[in-house]
Design a protein around this ligand. Sequence first.
Ligand code: UN1
Length: 506
Amino acid sequence: MRTRDDLAALAHDALRTLGVPDSALAEDGPVLRARSPLVDAELFSVRATAPEEVDDVVDAAHRAFLDWRLVPAPVRGRVVKRLGELLTEHKETLADLVTIEVGKIRSEALGEVQEMIDICDLAVGLSRQLYGRTMPSERPGHRLQEVWHPLGVVGVISAFNFPVAVWSWNTSVALVCGDPVVWKPSELAPLCALGCDALLRRAIAEEGAPDGIHQLLLGGRDVGNALVEHPQVALLSATGSTRMGREVGPKVAARFGRSLLELGGNNAVVVAPSANLDLAVSSIVFAAAGTAGQRCTSMRRLIVHESVADELVGRLEKAFASLPVGDPFEEGTLVGPLVNERAFTAMQEALEAVRIQGGEVLVGGERADVGADGYWARPALVRVPHQDGIVLQETFAPILYVLTYSDLDEALALHNGVSQGLSAGIFTSDQAEAERFLAPDGADTGIANVNSGTSGAEIGGAFGGEKETGGGRESGSDAWKGYMRRSTNTINWSGVVQLAQGVDFG
Ligand code: UN1
């Protein structure tokens, strides 16, 4: 395992390679302490934004908006194209920062940067496809059309667990839509944010775009709150817990701003009698233990048919017991550390709660000794008699609760019987069963998969969920419409007044 000093040196080198100026580092004034969960220690400090500065920052972004909205969308796309190229060139370096700051294993850190490159590709294509519609007018000599215009400043609040990709989903799409971005990243990942900001600034400068179209706010809750309440932030896109969304949503709504919320999940997979269990086992282990259970798409509940429960649970027990927990830089490691002590405590409290409500921890849950400080946990597989109490809550840690069912209606009732609605999966070889899972009375989540786990969505689809997950959609498909203002236009070229609905007004 690398020492604190090794990690600090590696992080410094990465920042330099990505073009972060030395002035971003600071020991006094408002600072954020960059940490690494690999050693549970501070690396160094970076300059933070004071809440009083937020107004000026948003104002600068708004001034940039006045120019940026008039730049043709395909030309705006060039900035995002350049960002994608820079990300490709610096993929390894940015992935280093992701591993250092949030503990992702190498393959997942590289995958996260790849997800950024993918969304840049999508957004560049989109820059020539921000299609409006024309519709037949009921009046002769009239044309009716919808066009999409830039919306305004987009505020992005992102979580620690996808410290770079979620920013890129929002930013690449917002930029081609003509919107500047003001980003308030997680306090746990300021170095990742500095790296992204430096690459985008370079792309902006090289393409001659207005300086102000990207702004970074490094700070805590007070800084985030100033962004949320700012009247010039037209869209606030926030990723985090449902508790955070409950605070943010009403504040943005109160000023008639638009919000895009991507909040907690409590994702489940149903395993039917006809399931290919080899497929199910590996998919479930990745979904539950990948990113140490710290994805919003992580699988938290297994709903297995009683006829295959013993076999599947036995195989999962073996797989969980042999999961390599340790240095995420090391090839072969599959589970890195939890992000901090609070995450580990929450995991232990959840396991205690589930024992009290009659659950049995079949394997895992304990702290793993990897020969380093930090909070390393063995993924836990827990059989529960009922779906209640702690099972209804999202614990951001690798805990998989196992429930059994006897018919599909019961499985669906269990599946939908939680307040969150992000992602779902069913493993089955029965087509009717798969279709039922995807039907209007099937899984009630924003994402529902067949023979595929809950996490690891591609950027081409719209990403987000229902119920307490917040209803927002980011990333691909037509999620871009959330970043634009729709204008419906009636053009009368007939030379005479003709009122709609046949109204005669003299
Ligand atoms: C998140 O956890 O906030 O589908 C995003 C996935 C990733 C994105 C997760 N593509 O797991």
